[in-house]
Design a protein around this ligand. Sequence first.
Ligand code: PHE
Ligand code: CO
Length: 288
Amino acid sequence: MSNQFDKPAHAADDWTIDQGWADYTVDEHKVWDTLYARLMQVLPNRAASEFMHGLTALKLDRGGIPNFETMSDELEALTGWRVVAVPGLVPDDVFFDHLANRRFPAGNFIRKPDQLDYIQEPDVFHDVFGHVPMLTDPIFADYMQAYGEGGLRSLRHASLKNLAALYWYTVEFGLIRTPEGLRIYGAGIVSSPAESVFSLEDDSPNRIGFDLERLMRTDYRIDDFQQTYFVIDSYEQLFRATVDTDFAPLYAEMHGKFDHKPEDVLDDDTVLHRGTQVYADRGGRFAA
Ligand code: PHE
Ligand code: CO
């Protein structure tokens, strides 16, 4: 999600472009394989089973940057979603419209070998490895479509900020409680080896039970590990809480503002872990 900027000349009206799969170099495919191998060291027993199943169902484990057409044929057969290539971030209305129509927009470029650990802009590895496996889960797939529809509606209320926090704390940085323990389903976490361990095992961040309004009122970090992770009990809980709630009165109350800081713990919170915030207090990834 992002603000308005100019559409590149080679993009269609809906901002889609050709993935240009045949043009990826050997080294670019190698970047994918290196990141994939690193994540396989940490994700088993940390990522949600739906995510791990999605990886294999879509054959994302066969090596190299996936071809969106082939992958979309597999995905469409499962949940009706397709992946379309875009040049990078797209305007909010375009992004929401794609989601509302069960199309996931993914950047087609891949990070350089010296950016393996951190990049600002989501690349094909984050977008595809991080987001697409969860779209094989039928309930999560419905949630993402509903989110797109809700996004189009939020634009009419000029209340994108609070809805964006919902995306951030679920789709990008969500955790889920399972009988086997906490698991990761957020794309921003599963595409980062370091945050995959940090989000589940570090004492620093808070881990707090999902509460729709609480989360929509909470500011977040975009340039470092999160200070708070919100934990759902099921995708059904997430879907029902968001779809059954009319956001219009919430937007009116929230005024596009955040009442809570990223690190806050409130009296009403269901606290699974109260973070020490040692990591953030030491300066996070910019620590000396
Ligand atoms: N129920 C929300 C609304 O009234 C739409 C929505 C659904 C938003 C699911 C996010 C996720 O706008
Ligand atoms: Co993302």
